[in-house]
Design a protein around this ligand. Structure first.
Ligand SMILES: [Zn+2]
Length: 122
C-alpha cells in the first residue's frame, strides 16, 4: 500500500455550542490539515496522486474557512464546528474535488494544536 500526504493550514474562530468548558467561548485556532490518499499501486506516472493537485484542491476548500467565524458558515451554522466535524467536512469536499480519483482519498486530520488531532478516515 502507498500513502501520500499533503499538509496545509488555515486560521479560524469557533465556539462549541454543546460543550461546557473553555471551548464554549469564542476562540481561535491555527488549524493544521493533513490530507492523505492511498493506493495499492501508483499510476503509470509513478504517483498515487500529484501532490500539487491534492494541495490545490485542499487549499481551495480551506480558503472558504480561512479567517472566518466557523459558526456562521455552512455547515457549521447547524452542526458543531468541532475538529471531528471539520475533518469530515473537508474529507467530503476534497473527495468531490478529486472527481474520479476520489476513492483514493483516505483520511483528513485536523490538528487544533501540536498535541491534539481528530481524523476522519474512510
Ligand atoms: Zn477550539
Amino acid at each position: 500500500m502507498y500513502e501520500v500526504e499533503i499538509i496545509s493550514s488555515f486560521s479560524a474562530a469557533h465556539r462549541l455550542r454543546q460543550y461546557k468548558g473553555k471551548c464554549e467561548h469564542l476562540h481561535g485556532h491555527n488549524y493544521r490539515v493533513h490530507v492523505t490518499a492511498r493506493a495499492s499501486a501508483p499510476e503509470v506516472d509513478g504517483m498515487v496522486i500529484d501532490f500539487a493537485h491534492l494541495k490545490t484542491i485542499t487549499d481551495e476548500i480551506l480558503e472558504r474557512l480561512d479567517h472566518h467565524f466557523l459558526n456562521e458558515i455552512k455547515p457549521f451554522d447547524e452542526i458543531e464546528p468541532s475538529a471531528e466535524n471539520i475533518a469530515a467536512f473537508i474529507f467530503r469536499e476534497v473527495e468531490l474535488g478529486m472527481k474520479d480519483r476520489g476513492p483514493l482519498l483516505y483520511s483528513v486530520g485536523i490538528w487544533e494544536s501540536d498535541t491534539s488531532v481528530a481524523r476522519y478516515i474512510r
